[in-house]
Ligand binder design. Sequence first.
Ligand SMILES: [Zn+2]
Length: 248
Amino acid sequence: MNENIMICVYCKQDKKPSNEHVISKSVLQAVFGVKIRNISGSSLFSKQLLVDHEQTICDVCEKCNSLLTKYDESGALLVSEIDRYYDLTSKAISFNTLKLGWLLKTHLNFLRMIPRKDTHEFYEFESILLTQIKEYIPIDFTFFSLLLNGWKGKDYFWKEDDERKISYFSYKSIEFPNQRIVVSNLRIKALDTFIFFPSDCNYDSFKSRCSSTHEQMLFELEIFPEQIDVEQAILEGKINIASIIPFQ
Ligand SMILES: [Zn+2]
């Protein structure tokens, strides 16, 4: 097998891979500046975090990668807006289909990169979502559930010279085996974003499985993000951040 050829996850054709940044390069640049690639000498990040920030994934061809740039531009706008605050209490974040597309694309990038903890297999997901993203056709909101949780953060959380600072982006996925749901969780500074997908790509009773997962998050994990009506948020052009995690 030629290692320079792979099947592109977007167009399903045998192609040469490009380096798709897991978190768009334009988003990293919007937050960290154009010198992101040379930041290793900076005290801002430990080496480990730097690697995480620069992570790329090699299952997207150059052509599809270039078709996705509109999302990267919108992602940069979204993240720049989030970047203005460390406390999201009473804040609203502008939202539209391109910002949703960027968020979904980024979560799906992570989901393709981080396998299940137990079997080390990757989660399957509905590939129609990737087609809808790539073709810029309306995204089917029934294929996922979006939940958000803002933080009442402290300014020192992200102060580069403070010992108590935490990472700017953080990602994890949590499987709920009873509901057959995988919760993909990407935190961008003070905004925790959760996207629920079926862990087995099966959409039977997906809505009620999501509600049950949401309840389990509250009672067992004591996190209670608010479910977002995506259609309404796009109509209004914004999301009011209603659920806030306080920090003492
Ligand atoms: Zn492709």
